[in-house]
Design a protein around this ligand. Structure first.
Ligand code: AOF
Ligand code: ZN
Length: 366
């Protein structure tokens, strides 16, 4: 790897990130084509997952791709989807060298893309910025591996970890900049998920606003009985922005029909010990192609996810006010006796967001 390899790969990664939250079930890949030190093509996976990054960058490079190096943030694909494999497109365009971080763990690819390139005489360098690419593509990799999406749990709380007063007053604990940052985070996930309690209490829209035209994240509500208000913002907008409802076996048939009638997608999931089984919920979401899910509460959904060890990232916004013990806690009861029972997360980012503090933590690898 050379210094310029890292520089061009960093650019490809930043292009790839433009697609985050836009491409599921596919990964958000970036591609930069460089000839004699000059960038001749840039591409990233299109909204909806197709076309892939490489053909878009190749189209821009046109004849300049001949003899050039392609920096791709994931192994180029080798399978025939709606269009020809990207490895074939790179070969046909006369690319001389391909630089990538690692193999695609999609069973249809997994090493075959690199093998095709090498067989065509293309020099292949792997391992370039693998940990950065691993971060950006973590959701896709995890879904291929475990069948469930990456879960980011967000909380916006007071200094003392409360999300509302005892009467439910919660607007607003954090300031406008922090709330805007939340919209930015929503936009970079495939779906926004809440529990039934939050859906009932807040009548949330769960859409991304003021971020320009873009694919809206899927709204997911976890509701065991499906007893959600049909006169709500979620219901009203179900035809325009996808609304998926994860429910238990005891959901009333009339309610199932009513929600289906207004355009929601129903995902039957398991119940365990009287509660929605979060592994089953996330499995159902993974089966629908989701790679990154942003959970915005409430407290009992957050507690269920944490207790089941199904949270990959914590994002906390903390405001400078205290609400007191009678306020609503951000995370509900988890029944822990000892600290060792709690999953540990490592701090990866701290930022001042308009006077509130944002912390990002990721699960500590065992
Ligand atoms: C690439 N470049 O930009 C992306 C890739 O359903 P298909 O045919 O679109 O293929 C989806 C698979 O292609 C996906 O699971 C992953 O393995 C790969 N995604 N590959 O070369 C890209 N997005
Ligand atoms: Zn491809």
């Amino acid at each position: 790897m050379t210094g310029s390899d890292a520089r061009f790969m960093a650019l490809a990664l930043s292009l790839g990130r433009r697609g985050q939250g836009q491409c599921f079930p596919n990964p958000a890949v970036g591609c930069v084509i460089v000839r004699k030190g000059r960038i001749v093509g840039r591409g990233w996976t299109a909204p909806g997952g197709r076309p892939h990054a490489e053909p878009r960058a190749l189209a821009q490079a046109d004849e300049a791709a001949r003899g050039a190096t392609a920096y791709v943030t994931l192994e180029p694909c080798s399978h025939h989807g709606e269009t020809a494999p990207c490895a074939e497109a790179l070969i046909a365009a006369g690319i001389a060298r391909v630089v990538a971080p690692f193999d695609d763990n999609d069973a249809r690819v997994s090493g075959r893309g690199f093998a095709m390139l090498r067989a065509a005489g293309i020099a292949v360098t792997t391992g370039v910025m693998a940990s950065e690419a691993g971060q950006d593509l973590a959701g896709f990799i995890l879904r291929n591996e475990l069948g469930r999406p990456w879960v980011t749990l967000k909380l916006a709380t007071s200094f003392d970890g409360r999300i509302a007063t005892a009467t439910g007053h919660s607007q607003w604990i954090t300031g406008p900049q922090a709330r805007r940052a939340v919209h930015g985070l929503r936009a970079r996930h495939d779906a926004v998920m809440v529990g039934a309690g939050t859906a009932r209490a807040d009548d949330p829209g769960l859409t991304v606003r003021d971020m320009g035209p873009r694919r809206q994240p899927v709204r997911v509500v976890v509701s065991r009985r499906l007893d959600l208000p049909l006169m709500s913002d979620l219901a009203r907008t179900a035809k325009d922005v996808p609304l998926w409802l994860c429910h238990g076996p005891e959901a009333d048939a009339a309610l199932t029909e009513a929600w289906q009638g207004i355009g929601a997608r129903l995902l039957p999931c398991d119940v365990r010990a009287g509660q929605m089984d979060m592994a089953s919920v996330l499995g159902a979401l993974g089966a629908q192609g989701l790679t990154r899910v942003f959970c915005e509460g409430g407290g009992s959904l957050a507690a269920s996810l944490l207790s089941a060890g199904l949270v990959d990232e914590l994002v906390g916004f903390t405001a400078g006010l205290a609400i007191g013990a009678e306020g609503l806690p951000g995370v509900g009861a988890m029944g822990l006796a000892r600290l060792e029972e709690a999953a540990r997360f490592s701090l990866i980012e701290t930022r001042d967001v308009g006077g509130d503090v944002m912390h990002r933590w990721q699960r500590t690898q065992p």
